[in-house]
Design a protein around this ligand. Sequence first.
Ligand code: CP
Length: 356
Amino acid sequence: MVNSATEDSVTFEPDLPDVYGDAQPKELLRTIIEDHEQLRTLANRHVIESGQFDRALMLQLFRLAAKYECNPERFNSPLAGKLLISAFYEPSTRTRLSFESAWHRLGGDIMSIADRSSTGIAKGESYADVAEMFNNYGDCVVLRDSDPDAVFEMARHLRIPIINAGNGIMEHPTQALADVYTMLKWRPELLKEDPEPIRIGVVGVPKRMRTVRSLLTLLSRFSDVIKEVVVISDRPADTAFADGQLEALEEDGLNVRLTNDLDGELPELDVVYINAIAWVKNAREVMGNAFRLNDKSPLKEDAIILHPLARGPELDVSLDATPHNWYFAQARGAVFVRKALLTCMTRRTERVMDVV
Ligand code: CP
């Protein structure tokens, strides 16, 4: 049966806010002093792991992202004449489309590969040879591959920058940049004098989830304003964390505690980051989906929820229309973070600086 279109079903409200915190990029922009030298360090570099980002570099990227977010129409040509190779060999809604949106909106062109089997890799071609071809055809590569080594192998043979958009269960650095950008837009005071430190809950498995692994590393850059990170998992420490992972975070000053009591922690958490899936090889692996959030969960009144998405039953849609919903803002903001990163990595930073 074909549904008939009613007036209600064919109209929409373009100005309805889909996210909270619209005004915050301006505050973040005002809070961070521009330092282009930091952004210039991204020229002639690949982005493979979150460990490559220190606090000073992240803040400059966030400043540029906030500038783009405050003036979305203003900068539409810094990547004119540049060509992106967008290679996604795993499913993706947000990462692929937000990278491609970012690139298009900055005036660049794109070649997209959605399936490894449509390239010579299906015929046994080496990553090295594919990388050599990419050197000739494009100006930047964004790669998502379930083979965790592929991005390293490609990087060794590339003379154009490559960005890791998710390598197996290992890392997803640009997702984590978008996560921290969202937190700082929500609470720019964290970057000012004597901020009230926050407590962050991370529902997930740091050893198996690339988003969580990358996020924890970047949070460790802000350990002075984070009272505690509470990792909420049904696994004991030796299977929740990879070898040395917890120790490295603690060495970087992050105060990390593991628990399996989500509802017991929620009343004390300012930020709740939740994820319940990992994409492992070619399949979806569900982890800890007994931990669930809905509009009856005992959240702090002003707590925000983040989720890298795609969501499952762990994040109920009843939260979508509440002020706790910052997960759509997180996905929306990722476009601006990626715009900032792409501009710097393709050496077009000068075109968007305030003062050159
Ligand atoms: N957050 C994220 O990586 O989403 P996609 O899998 O849709 O890219």
